[in-house]
Unconditional design. Structure first.
Length: 87
């Protein structure tokens, strides 16, 4: 039986621990309000997929959108900007 292996170098270098670094965990923690707001908005959208939204559903949707926008704005203000922009 032949073994199938990749003949090319890996695109992403293999990490021994496969655990996120402390810097990566800190970045995730800083972005967690945005992630939570995105999940909340997704939950609302999923809930509204199979029914006609009523007034309370529309309020819930608008509230979720506003929370996401607020979280993104707060994250953008708190994140230092790199001069010249990201490449």
């Amino acid at each position: 039986m032949k073994s199938i292996v990749a003949l090319q170098e890996r695109v992403t270098p293999w990490s021994d621990g496969l655990e996120p670094s402390a810097a990566e965990l800190d970045a995730i923690e800083e972005e967690m309000p945005v992630i939570s707001a995105e999940v909340e908005l997704l939950d609302v959208r999923i809930a509204l997929m199979d029914r006609v939204p009523n007034e309370l559903d529309e309020r819930r949707f608008r509230r979720a959108v506003h929370r996401l926008l607020d979280a993104r704005r707060t994250f953008a203000v708190a994140t230092p900007q790199v001069p010249g922009g990201a490449a």
